[in-house]
Design a protein around this ligand. Structure first.
Ligand code: CO
Length: 134
């Protein structure tokens, strides 16, 4: 079940520099910065007022998927993320419909959320993240 928009992920080359632009120039509030070891990412969640946030992502490793994204496409929107309830059931349903999934099982994302990615080939070109908050 869909609950709402959770965040928009933006791939950046230098997180500190991006934080400074979003905070100091654009006037947004940085809510949290996390290192996601498993995904080789450093991320910052930027508040834009409501429940939807912006997630700035900097790769910590050249082999990570975000590093490859930056190499081929440059900085910009990397994924959209919708908040859901019942992520396991949703993944089963999507798989049954032939949707191409990056993650067939949810994994742990930032802030203890359970997340799974749907391949851009099945979403008209933008990686889609499903997020279930604890
Ligand atoms: Co995300």
């Amino acid at each position: 079940m869909l609950v709402g928009m959770d965040h928009i992920g933006i791939a950046v080359k230098d997180l500190d520099e991006a934080i400074s632009v979003y905070r100091d120039t654009l006037g947004f509030k940085i809510e949290a910065v996390h290192v996601l070891k498993e995904r080789q990412l450093k991320v910052a969640f930027v508040s834009v007022g409501g429940e939807t946030r912006i997630e700035l992502l900097e790769p910590l490793d050249r082999e990570s998927s975000v590093a490859k994204f930056l190499e081929t496409r440059g900085e910009g929107i990397h994924h959209t993320a919708v908040r859901v309830k019942g992520i396991d059931r949703m993944l089963e349903d999507l798989k049954a419909k032939g949707v191409r999934l990056v993650d067939e099982q949810p994994r742990t994302g930032a802030e203890g959320a359970r997340i799974a990615f749907v391949h851009p080939k099945s979403t008209h070109g933008v990686l889609l993240e499903l997020v279930e908050k604890p």
